[in-house]
Design a protein around this ligand. Structure first.
Ligand code: SF4
Length: 113
């Protein structure tokens, strides 16, 4: 018989799938010295910092950085246009960080939806 603690070799295995997604996705970020995602964001959101907290599993801290109400407007305004993702350095390789989706999942989680 396998114990629960043995079944969970990683703490992330206990997390819901969307949360695992945001952590895995944030871990793809290469933390650029000159982050194009920030310069591409109309609000200059500190995306690498948020991704750093997410990749470390500190979703509460990451979520707190999304607490500015301007971001709610940002998410509404960027439903179809994701300038941060288009600017992401990894977009040149065809797979930018899914910044917008990460933000939405974090915000949805904050609303307990
Ligand atoms: S440009 Fe992309 S890879 Fe670079 S810091 Fe921003 S999200 Fe990360």
């Amino acid at each position: 018989m396998v114990r629960n603690s043995e079944r969970r070799s990683s703490k992330y295995q206990t997390l819901e799938s969307p949360i695992r997604f945001v952590i895995d996705e944030a871990r793809r970020c290469i933390q650029c010295n000159e982050p194009n995602c920030v310069s591409g964001c109309p609000y200059g959101v500190s995306i690498p910092t948020i991704l750093s907290f997410v990749s470390a599993g500190d979703l509460e801290k990451a979520r707190s950085l999304l607490g500015d109400p301007r971001l709610l407007d940002l998410n509404r305004a960027c439903l179809s246009e994701h300038p941060c993702e288009k600017s992401c350095t990894l977009a040149k390789k065809g797979k930018p960080i899914a910044i917008h989706q990460i933000e939405l999942i974090l915000l949805r989680k904050d609303k307990k939806v």
